[in-house]
Write a protein that binds this ligand. Structure first.
Ligand SMILES: Cc1ncc(C[n+]2csc(CCOP(=O)(O)OP(=O)(O)O)c2C)c(N)n1
Ligand SMILES: [Mg+2]
Length: 290
């Protein structure tokens, strides 16, 4: 289901919530195949990706290269496991294929590769480049008079990269109302807390000072995300400028035992724990309905 004027808000939220829940199960199943991975980020960002793929993005599952599609650019290559879960739930990649994640000859490598995976617009790995590419794509699409939109997913660690801020300035300079960025603020990087590595706050003021339409939301609140993405679409066009949604997320969200783990950037999880994770995810999901 995608957002259209006949679908009620509560139906949309229920659909995205279910989409995210299924994505989180895919993430745990993929992680179990390798025994490790960037599972915490994928669980934390699942609600953002589910809002994009389950509600906002225009795409054709059977034709991922369709010229009229909206472009979703994953700037953070190590979050690929999260995007694979979304591509699986969106019908762009078969659910069975998800279990090849990270294996030799798989189309789903641990870090994103655009030439391997259907629906993967850019390759990742070197952080801080997604938004620069998104700006070029948004300019190109506008030049071609396309109505397609460009979405760019960044991490809070990428706000420590100078190239990101060049792109922020460029997007405003060109009035890119077809560009929406979302930042996963999980307050963490590979070497520790973002606040201790290179502080990004006050992050709302920084984007605002650069001329963007800025919103900051709880990135694990599906209702807030749906509303923020709707606002971004409307306000960007009305104001002729790009939008950013700053999403505060909790790493490992939905799986209690992973939410407070030390060394959460790259998780190793012992074999018996995967089933416990799945059980906790199911319990958390059903507790929301109670
Ligand atoms: C240009 C560049 N510098 C350094 C790295 C090494 N690196 C990989 S992940 C990472 C942490 C980046 O922060 P964030 O994406 O917020 O981390 P997470 O939330 O996933 O823990 C770093 C520094 C890289 N991939 N690219
Ligand atoms: Mg981070």
């Amino acid at each position: 289901m995608r957002n259209d004027s006949t679908t009620t808000r509560s139906t949309r939220i229920a659909h995205v919530t279910e989409f995210a829940y299924r994505m989180r199960h895919h993430v745990l199943n993929m992680g179990e195949e390798q025994g490790q991975g960037y599972v915490g980020q994928a669980l934390g960002a699942a609600d953002i990706l589910a809002t994009v793929y389950g509600d906002q993005l225009r795409y054709r599952a059977a034709d991922p290269d369709w010229d009229g599609r909206d472009r979703f650019l994953l700037s953070t290559g190590h979050y690929a496991i999260g995007l694979y879960a979304a591509l699986g739930q969106a019908g762009i990649v078969a659910i069975d294929e998800l279990l090849t994640y990270g294996s030799d000859d798989s189309r789903l490598p641990m870090s994103s590769m655009s030439t391997y995976t259907p629906g993967m617009e850019i390759s990742g790995g070197s952080l801080g480049h997604g938004l620069t590419i998104a700006v070029g794509m948004a300019l190109g699409l506008r030049h071609r008079r396309s109505t397609a939109r460009v979405f760019n997913f960044l991490s809070d660690g990428e706000l420590d990269e100078g190239s990101t801020w060049e792109a922020v300035l460029g997007a405003h300079h060109h009035g890119l109302s077809n560009l929406t960025a979302m930042v996963d603020i999980n307050a963490l990087q590979a070497d520790g807390a973002t606040a201790g590595i290179l502080d990004i706050e006050p992050v709302h003021d920084k984007w605002s000072a650069c001329g963007w339409y800025v919103q900051r939301v709880d990135g694990n609140d599906v209702g807030a995300l749906v509303e923020a993405f709707d606002n971004a679409a409307a306000e960007s066009v009305a104001q002729g400028r790009p939008s950013v949604i700053l999403c505060d997320t909790r790493i490992g969200n939905g799986v209690t035992m992973l939410e407070n783990r030390e060394k959460a950037h790259f998780m190793r999880i012992d074999e018996p724990e995967w089933q416990i994770c799945r059980d906790q995810l199911t319990a958390t999901h059903h507790a929301k309905d109670a």
